[in-house]
Design a protein around this ligand. Structure first.
Ligand code: BG6
Length: 493
């Protein structure tokens, strides 16, 4: 494991402090960093929300959350750790005009880094930033962190970015996409730019196509209220899947500096070929799960999960994306993501071209090479290649894999994505965060797809929970003479 470098003491203010994200991800992430000695005990974590709670009551909630979301092996007696002493609660309706901000004001120190994490609905980002500025809290070392999704389309994203931009400079604005904090996603930079062997192969001459799958077994859980205004395209594709595509497709940045990396990602987003209205039905598939079974357990459909009779929100999307660039001309990037899939798996498959000519007898089917990058679970990479089977019987060939398993190679605990990213907000390192122009370029590509779906008034296609989505998603890739990579291992959730 790499060396842990402590950050300076800071004040970390979380708006939406009683919400699901805070309890499930942010507090456990801060807890782990604290246990590892990275967070100095003089730091403060200040949860802000509308409920009428004392700090003591909030600590009780935080304790429940940690018991629930931290693996038992890593859970120490919280009282012993001092973690809880850092927690404070401030009651505030951050979007209302008549609020008294002096309670928050008095807790903050003037000589420290201050992070305002907005774990709220995006329509509150502007009003909260305004209030922070109005109350003089956006000073000096203040940073604001915006959870995705930023807006619902290009126009609303621009409006939010304008509102936030009036109160915080771009360099202090951290737009989080937690996929960028995943170890295996950061490793894409290492794979491509710390190795000699791939760069010359990383183009349309050698690569046939790329698949990016982010599949989840869960449904919408308790998040129906948010999800039913969002859907898979806004929730996953506009951010997580397009960010993965960027890291795979971008040119080598001049350095690992935040702007150098983001400049290259931006070029990829801008080179995405816009889909014309008439192409959208052939290049995209949207689905919604109906009742079925996941891992042998019967599960209800999306509407039943929501408790509604109707919804035309998609819980599955597949898209064939193309890039207008010399490197990638003619190489489709097939993206798919969905809830209630048979397996939880996030995986990238780089499919190399078939051998143009073979000296081996015709009965040998030579599989094309494939690089499979497993982002989660069972993090690792496998390069599939043809190998001679040992023994007599002539040259018998079979596809085999060069495998790297994170667990076997590195062992130990892999920090959650939020751990790295939260510390980066304190350090002020925005390499793994999205810049305004990136977010807007991603919306620019995605918005016409949503508009085309809307204009056709088509409902998402039903798919049984526990399947790989509507059959149209299989047709999407098979029409091109290709198939989804099905050997997804056995990483059941
Ligand atoms: C979030 C989405 O950004 O990512 C969720 O809003 C999704 O709908 C989640 O479940 C998946 O993240 P992870 O880290 O569990 O793969």
């Amino acid at each position: 494991m790499s060396k842990i470098i402590p950050v300076p003491p800071f004040d970390f203010v979380i708006f939406g402090g009683t919400g699901d994200l805070t309890l499930r991800k942010l507090l456990p992430a801060l807890y782990h960093r604290f246990l590892d000695g990275q967070i100095p005990a003089e730091s403060q974590i200040i949860a802000v929300a509308r409920s009428d709670l004392s700090s003591a009551a909030y600590r009780g909630r935080a304790a429940d959350a940690l018991r629930h979301y931290v693996e038992p092996a890593n859970l120490r007696n919280p009282a012993e750790t001092g973690f809880y002493e850092m927690l404070h609660y401030v009651r505030l309706d951050a979007a209302a005009e008549d609020q008294d901000w002096s309670g928050l004001h008095s807790l903050l120190s003037n000589d420290r880094i201050r992070v305002f994490y907005l774990a709220t609905s995006p329509n509150l980002f502007g009003p909260i930033c305004d209030a922070l500025a109005h109350n003089g809290l956006n000073q000096n070392e203040a940073r604001v962190v915006l959870e995705k999704p930023i807006g619902r389309d290009l126009e609303s994203a621009q409006a939010i970015n304008d509102e936030v931009g009036r109160c915080f400079p771009e360099a202090s604005t951290f737009r989080i996409d937690h996929f960028l904090g995943k170890e295996t996603v950061q490793n894409l930079l290492a794979l491509r730019f710390a190795n000699t062997i791939f760069e010359r192969l990383w183009n349309a001459d050698v690569i046939d196509h790329v698949q990016i799958t982010v599949a989840e077994t869960v449904g919408v859980e308790g998040r129906g209220g948010y999800y039913d205004h969002s859907g898979a395209l806004r929730d996953m594709v506009q951010n997580h899947l397009l960010q993965l595509l960027c890291l795979l497709a971008m040119e080598q940045p001049v350095s690992l500096g935040a702007d150098a990396v983001r400049d290259e990602k931006l070029k990829v987003l801008r080179s995405l070929r816009p889909l014309e209205l008439y192409e959208v039905p052939a290049m995209t598939v949207r689905g919604q799960y109906i009742a079925g079974a996941v891992n042998g357990k019967p599960v209800p459909g999306y509407l039943a999960d929501l408790g509604h009779n109707e919804s035309d929100i998609e819980t599955f999307v597949a898209i064939k994306a193309e890039l207008n660039s010399r490197r990638w001309a003619g190489v489709p990037f097939y993206l798919r993501t969905g809830k209630r899939m048979p397996q939880k798996v996030s995986e990238i498959v780089v499919q190399f071209r078939r051998l143009p000519f073979s000296i081996f007898p015709k009965e040998h089917t030579l599989e094309a090479n494939k690089l499979i990058i497993r982002l989660q679970p069972e993090e690792g990479m496998r390069l599939e290649m043809m190998t001679k089977e040992p023994g007599p019987g002539g040259l018998q060939l079979r596809p085999t894999g060069l495998d790297i398993s994170y667990e076997k190679t590195f062992g130990g605990r892999f920090p959650d994505a939020y751990e790295r990213l939260l510390m980066d907000t304190v350090r002020g390192n925005s390499t793994l965060f999205m810049r305004r122009d990136e977010v807007e370029a991603a919306w620019q590509w995605v918005t016409p797809i949503m508009e085309a779906w809307g204009s056709r008034g088509e409902r998402p296609r039903p798919y049984a929970a526990g399947s790989w989505g509507p059959t149209a998603a299989i047709a999407l890739i098979e029409r091109d003479g290709r198939t989804w990579h099905e050997d997804l291992g056995d990483g059941q959730e």
